[in-house]
Design a protein around this ligand. Structure first.
Ligand code: NAD
Ligand code: ZN
Length: 233
């Protein structure tokens, strides 16, 4: 796999954090920590029930203190440190486990639990404690701070930069994502169209498995260190 690979793009999803103890999105019941997606992941939910939405992300943020990166996060951080070519890790996760493992070339395309966004002026600020509704923005003074999470119907972050990286990629790897949420689910096709090799690492066959040249089924904590060893050999 290693030959001729210089530019790598890696997409990660909730599955890479599952072995750290963070529940995946849909889970067996199709819920995120007991909540319907529509109730906690949409602009409408935030408008109609800000208390519930803020509390939901407060709970998710507080939970970060109880978990640590697993062998898959550690392996990607080691790859980031050692890889001399281009590398971009694009995560759909809102947890901070990639950066705590030491990854630096990282984009949180769906936002971050540890950030608050001003709905009035767009200013984002690092935030690690509870975020009550009507918290005030330092930049514009409005009481409009919300969780810095990209809801359904909102534009993910840094799509231009991601697109450039995908089009230049020699290898695209998708790890622990169900391939159900667009635009991330379409990255494999962009990369493949541009000539990249494509590899999926996931516990179960995903909605997008057919688009990948190769799919390996198993736990991220085993498959990711394996892949990184091969790339760095
Ligand atoms: P998803 O929950 O829809 O899918 C997770 C995928 O990971 C599944 O296909 C499952 O088979 C696989 N998986 C589960 N355990 C695994 C393991 N140990 N090793 C490898 N694969 C494993 O997740 P998604 O595709 O990332 O979409 C969910 C959305 O919900 C994301 O956009 C994200 O913002 C949000 N979310 C984030 C977190 C987090 O930050 N940790 C957690 C839940 C949901
Ligand atoms: Zn503001």
């Amino acid at each position: 796999m290693k030959q001729d690979i210089r530019n790598i793009v890696i997409l990660t999803g909730a599955g890479i954090s599952a072995e750290s103890g963070l529940a995946t999105f849909r889970g067996p019941e199709g819920l995120w920590e007991g909540h319907r997606v529509e109730d906690v992941c949409t602009p409408e939910a935030l408008a109609h029930n800000p208390a519930l939405v803020h509390r939901f992300y407060d709970e998710r943020r507080a939970r970060l203190a109880d978990v640590v990166p697993n062998a898959a996060h550690d392996a990607l951080a080691a790859l980031d440190r050692a890889w001399t070519g281009e590398l971009l890790i694009v995560t759909q996760n809102v947890d901070d486990l990639h950066e705590r493992a030491g990854a630096r070339r990282l984009i949180h395309m769906h936002g971050e639990l540890n950030s608050a966004l001003c709905a009035a002026c767009g200013n984002a600020v690092a935030w690690s404690v509870d975020l009550p509704p009507e918290s005030r923005c330092d930049a514009c003074g409005q009481p409009r701070l919300r969780p810095d999470i990209v809801f359904f119907g909102e534009m993910p972050y840094q799509m231009d930069r991601i697109d450039v990286a995908l089009r230049a990629a020699d290898l695209f790897v998708s790890i622990g994502t169900s391939g159900a949420v667009y635009p991330a689910a379409g990255f494999v096709q962009t990369a493949r169209h541009a000539g990249a090799r494509t590899l999926e690492l996931n516990l179960d066959p995903s909605a997008g498995s057919d688009y990948f040249e190769e799919s390996r089924l198993g736990a991220a904590s085993l498959l990711v260190p394996d892949m990184v060893r091969t790339l760095l050999a």
